[in-house]
Write a protein that binds this ligand. Structure first.
Ligand code: HPA
Length: 273
């Protein structure tokens, strides 16, 4: 079955549960940030298992539910649980959720993730607005025949992270007194963490933080004209900078302890949309 029919069937399944007045803003919750979805005033909760062609998340810290509701009065759809290349999903499968949102009328996509920092000043618990990315995953979700119903064959990525949204994010951070760094996010496929030599190389080529997600969703969103804002929660100093080994449990623990700041920033930002 083609991607197009899969998306039509997803849209149909979601509309049956929620009707037509779908939010124009979507938020993808990264590792450890799932609890934010529970703070949204919820009008509908749709498990991904009820959406026929949604890839299913398999990682601890990723629930797998679409939550439709409001934050500070702004209608919002949350994807509580994201899918990654390292789970075995193809880059093309990762296009399905974003394209489903597009067909439901979403115009703005907020992406969050957990990331390792290449800057020792940007310590665990810090928040970094993504101003640009480097795709080191070896994959692109647009590989294969282009679906011109979504966008052009060779989409521009000059302003992948929307300038106006970046300004609003900075304003929101100022208003709620949350320090917000700004930097370049490099995506690796994972699931192994990087080596110290790789981290030194990524620093040289201009990365400020490193992680295993976000870039596929950004590329798919930009291709179909959705504007993107993205925030990394720094959960650790990258390999070789921390002086200890990296674990996913640390990622989740730091995400838990930084949750208040993330939640404040997201609430303030979303209220501006
Ligand atoms: N590397 C890759 N992905 C990550 C990291 C990291 O150090 N921390 C959280 N996600």
């Amino acid at each position: 079955m083609s991607n197009k029919h899969q998306i039509d069937e997803n849209v149909e399944a979601i509309r049956q549960r929620f009707g037509d007045a779908f939010p124009k803003t979507a938020l993808v919750l990264g590792s450890g940030l799932g609890p934010y979805g529970d703070s949204v005033s919820q009008d509908a909760v749709i498990p991904y298992t009820d959406i026929p062609h949604f890839p299913q998340p398999s990682v601890e810290g990723h629930a797998g539910r679409m939550i439709i509701g409001t934050v500070e009065g702004t209608p919002l759809v949350c994807l509580q649980g994201r899918m990654h290349l390292y789970e075995g999903h193809s880059a093309q499968e990762l296009a399905i959720p974003v394209r489903t949102l597009k067909r439901l009328g979403v115009e703005t996509l907020i992406l969050t993730n957990a990331a390792g920092s290449l800057d020792t000043n940007m310590s665990p618990g810090s928040l970094m607005m993504i101003e640009d990315h480097i795709n080191l995953s070896g994959h692109n979700p647009l590989t294969g025949p282009n679906d011109f119903a979504f966008g052009v064959r060779f989409p521009d990525m000059t302003e992948a992270y929307d300038k106006e949204l970046r300004t609003l994010l900075q304003q929101a951070a100022g208003e709620c007194s949350v320090k917000l760094y700004s930097g370049v996010y490099a995506q690796l496929a994972g699931p192994s963490f990087e080596t110290p030599a790789e981290i030194r190389m990524f620093g040289i080529i201009g990365a400020n933080a490193v992680g295993m997600s976000t870039v596929p969703e950004t590329i798919v969103a930009r291709h179909c004209g959705i504007r993107v804002a993205a925030v990394s929660l720094i959960t650790n100093l990258a390999a070789g900078l921390a002086g200890h080994e990296l674990t996913h449990e640390d990622t989740i623990d730091v995400a838990d302890s930084a949750y208040e700041n993330v939640s404040l920033l997201l609430n303030t930002f979303i209220a501006k949309l």
